[in-house]
Design a binder for this molecule. Structure first.
Ligand SMILES: Nc1nc2c(c(=O)[nH]1)N[C@H]1C(S)=C(S)[C@@H](COP(=O)(O)OP(=O)(O)OC[C@H]3O[C@@H](n4cnc5c(=O)[nH]c(N)nc54)[C@H](O)[C@@H]3O)O[C@H]1N2
Ligand SMILES: Nc1nc2c(c(=O)[nH]1)N[C@H]1C(S)=C(S)[C@@H](COP(=O)(O)OP(=O)(O)OC[C@H]3O[C@@H](n4cnc5c(=O)[nH]c(N)nc54)[C@H](O)[C@@H]3O)O[C@H]1N2
Ligand SMILES: [Mo]
Length: 772
């Protein structure tokens, strides 16, 4: 059976309940029936996100000091139980199936095989993975790395690895001789890191937990907490109950942003009482946010003009004068943009935008939260900068209850950057590292994710080490990247579960199984804790206690050290064995390299609520080029990188409630009412009629990027869905073959996954819209 046929199951249905509630409990039991009911699993969940417990492996939402008895959500529990599964992907499994055969399996079926148990080497002669010893793997990898030019080797990381692992991995890269350290954030919030650094001087958000309790308005742009950070629904619910306005801009009416029933409140569960979350919900066109944000600012300037006539001001004039630069150009841009242009690009009426702006005008303390809906666009930078512009107009950064708040993805994606995983050398204290370890680190810029793909396509990249993740599945242009991938000399994947990236192999390939975060990590000095940083820049310890899924597993730090030792010449200042024996020594190294953020790291590891690494912009210290917060006048109204044409749609690639990135837990997108299949094409009924499509019809999507490359995904079932005109929705990662590698944010190179240009092709037929 083909991969696609495999996944098509029954019909879609509709869900009218709130997010959370009984549905979320049923969601867990359905998937995890067996594991969910074992006493060990419940006990493990109880320790999730608590001091001396372990930190959830799912998203990077904050872990509060005053935690609930069960400080986890539906999807956090899914992620944990996924790691606790009793299924094992053993050498016998690999003996039974060739790698070519496994390539035909779905993501779901691959991960269902459970935890990897042994280090494996790919044997091209038989097309099987065969077991090998750890030392054999390390030595073989080490000798190949020694023979290669370090500049042709890439060390990728997915945002899960701990601060300790990440620090060692980045150090290894630099000792070896490159800064090729792409990570998953290159496909994610890199736009945020680049834009915030330029406009407010720090690449991370300025909001902390307490601010959510003090604000009176939250703007919510392009993030879906119901599925991707469900614990964020609790403070949102509390805010809504306090009368805080929550104004959402999102093309999709996401359930979690509409209504929520707290599954941890017996009263709410019994009475079925739900809280309305968003006070206004605006279905902006994908790519239409710059226009919306200019519209909001336009109303603020108009209101300020009117107030001036009465001797008052709406703008925070003293903040703007003392703390910002560039207002003039921004104001000229806003005033020079007509409401007609704003309406056309945003897909929203002037009155709706003004209604939102009126709330902003009267609010004292405003927070803006955002996610992939802003970052994954060709002009994602302008999206994020425009949101900051709006906040700056009324001094909404650097006061209690205000600020900019990206909602990050992976549980330690922000922290990895903090401790040196960065392809940009200017983000790392290289002089300090040189002094600490007595070597000369490479100073030239390394490759990020898009550049790595380009390097693989051109043959420049010869070897790839993946510390977690599913690189080949997650990147754009999958078909071409997969093809080129196999020309590499060496691919090494450190992982917990089998995925597609493990099946696309270089000439030599190793699959190295590691401990999960819930598992006990015993080293020479005893059980080891690790640590991570959340989206609010708080740092926490995490201690695994479960007995490991297999006795052959090694910890991520130990695997990094094992490869490093086999690759590098001995250096008396680089003590891999001692560091692996006691991760506290690694934390001391981190304190030494980053004294401002990590002073007394070991002593503060278990501080309830985590310790705060600080944020200059929050103190109104602007580490920007001008020394001020910078208004940016966007030179485009659309965040899209292509023009509208008849028959060309903007495709949003979406996450379901039943997945963690490329890990597919099941086929129920409960909160959107899509059940039984992921092979859907979501489109509104008017657009269906225009394209002469009927519900249930099976169609293909064809890339329409105009670069002459044929890109196509077939077998999608037309499903009517409430979306704005001119756009379509379908699931990530299935749609990634449609994304050109060059379609990315211009400044940060984040792939533009929320506006992919496509046409619809009825099966076996011409592309719809061609007749126009
Ligand atoms: N359960 C679960 N949790 C996760 C993940 C997961 O896959 N599953 N992934 C993790 C990771 S790595 C990340 S980065 C985060 C991702 O979390 P999110 O940032 O929420 O990412 P998405 O779900 O891709 O998209 C966010 C929202 O953007 C909206 N959107 C699309 N285009 C636009 C637009 O042009 N404008 C606006 N305003 N909105 C738009 C979509 O409708 C969607 O609601 O979640 C993390 N947490
Ligand atoms: N079209 C489209 N493409 C996208 C996106 C989109 O919205 N649309 N989103 C992008 C985003 S935001 C991101 S972050 C990337 C995600 O890209 P990645 O981070 O590369 O992918 P994941 O799916 O999170 O990786 C899952 C795999 O990680 C491994 N794993 C799980 N836990 C551990 C662990 O503890 N240790 C180790 N070593 N391995 C572990 C398992 O083997 C699992 O199969 O995808 C990006 N791609
Ligand atoms: Mo992400």
């Amino acid at each position: 059976m083909s991969e696609r046929e495999n996944t098509v199951q029954e019909d879609t249905v509709h869900y009218d309940g709130p997010s959370g509630g009984w549905g979320s409990l049923r969601g867990m039991t359905r998937i995890f029936g067996k594991e969910w009911s074992t006493p060990g699993a419940t006990e493990t969940l109880y320790r999730q996100n608590k001091p001396h417990g372990f930190m959830c492996v799912s998203c990077s939402w904050a872990k509060p000091a005053n935690y609930h008895p069960f400080e986890f959500c539906e999807n956090g529990a899914k992620a944990t139980l996924w790691e606790l599964t009793t299924a094992r992907c053993t050498p016998e499994f690999f003996a039974k199936h060739t790698v070519s055969e496994l390539k035909g399996w779905t993501d779901y079926d691959l991960e269902q095989q459970g935890r990897l148990t042994h280090p494996m080497r790919y044997d091209p002669a038989t097309d099987h993975y065969v077991p090998c010893e750890w030392d054999e793997a390390f030595n073989a990898i080490g000798s190949q790395l020694k023979a290669l030019d370090p500049k042709s080797v890439v060390f990728y990381s997915s945002g899960r690895a701990s601060l300790e692992t990440s620090y060692l991995y980045a150090l290894f890269a630099r000792l070896y001789g490159h800064n090729n350290l792409p990570d998953s954030s290159n496909m994610c919030h890199e736009t945020t890191s680049v834009a915030l650094k330029q406009v407010i001087g720090v690449g991370v958000g300025t909001v902390v937990f307490d601010d959510l309790q003090k604000c009176d308005l939250i703007f919510f742009f392009g993030q879906n907490p119901g599925s991707n950070s469900p614990r964020l629904l609790h403070p949102l619910q509390e805010a809504a109950k306090r009368g805080v306005e929550i104004i959402t801009f999102n093309p999709v009416r996401e359930k979690g942003l509409i209504a929520f029933t707290n599954p941890q409140s017996p009263l709410e569960m019994l009475t079925g009482k739900e809280t309305q979350i968003s006070s206004q919900y605006h279905q902006v066109r994908p790519g239409g946010d710059i226009a919306v944000l200019l519209g909001l600012a336009k109303h603020v300037f108009d209101a300020d003009d009117a107030a001036k006539a009465q001797g008052k001001r709406i703008l925070d004039v003293s903040f703007i004068e003392t703390h910002t630069s560039g207002l003039e150009a921004f104001e000229a841009k806003v005033r020079g943009t007509s409401w007609e242009e704003i309406e056309a690009e945003s897909g929203l009426g002037r009155r709706d935008i003004q209604k939102a702006a009126q709330v902003y005008v009267r609010s004292e303390r405003v927070i803006a939260m955002f996610g992939m809906g802003l970052t994954q666009h060709t002009h994602g930078f302008e999206n994020v900068a425009s949101l900051v512009n709006l906040l700056l107009l009324k001094g909404n950064i650097g006061r209690d209850g205000t600020g900019i708040s990206p909602v990050r993805g992976h549980s330690n994606v922000q922290g990895q950057r903090t401790v040196g995983i960065a392809e940009k050398p200017e983000l790392v204290p290289l002089d300090k590292i040189a002094e600490q370890f007595g070597f000369e680190p490479p100073r030239e810029k390394g490759m990020n994710t898009v550049e790595t793909c380009e390097g693989v396509l051109s043959g420049e990249v010869k070897a790839f080490i993946g510390l977690g993740g599913n690189f080949v599945r997650a990147v754009p242009e999958r078909v071409r990247v997969e093809e080129a991938w196999q020309r590499m000399d060496l691919t090494v994947q450190v992982a917990t579960k089998l995925n597609r990236s493990h099946l696309i192999n270089g000439k030599a390939a190793y699959l190295l199984p590691c401990l999960g975060r819930t598992e006990e990590d015993k080293q020479a000095s005893g059980p080891q804790a690790v640590s991570m940083e959340d989206t609010f820049s708080h740092i926490y310890g995490s201690l695994g206690r479960r007995s490991p899924a297999s006795q052959h597993l090694r910890s991520e730090p130990a695997i990094v050290a094992g490869i490093a030792k086999a690759t590098l010449a001995p250096n008396p200042k680089v003590k891999w064995d001692e560091w692996i024996g006691d991760y506290g020594l690694v934390r001391d190294l981190i304190s030494e390299t980053y004294p401002d953020k990590f002073e007394a790291f070991n002593a503060r590891l278990w501080q309830p609520g985590g310790f705060y690494k600080g944020n200059a912009a929050r103190e109104r210290i602007w580490q920007t080029e001008s020394g001020k917060a910078e208004f940016i006048a966007p030179d485009t109204l659309t965040a899209c990188g292509f023009t509208d044409e008849p028959g060309r749609y903007r495709l949003i690639t979406m996450r379901s409630n039943d997945q963690f990135n490329t890990t597919i837990y099941g086929y129920s997108d409960r909160l959107r009412g899509i059940e039984g299949t992921r092979d859907v094409l979501l489109i509104n009924p008017q657009e269906m009629e225009r394209a002469q499509l009927h519900e249930g019809q099976v169609v293909s999507l064809v890339g329409d990027a105009g670069d002459g490359v044929h890109r196509e995904v077939s077998g999608l079932k037309v499903t009517p869905f409430d979306l704005p005109d001119g756009c379509l929705g379908a699931y990530y990662p299935e749609m990634n073959p449609l994304m050109p590698i060059w379609l990315h944010d211009e400044k940060s190179l984040t792939p533009a996954a929320k506006s992919v240009p496509v046409r619809i092709k009825p099966s076996g037929g011409e592309e719809a819209g061609e007749r126009h």
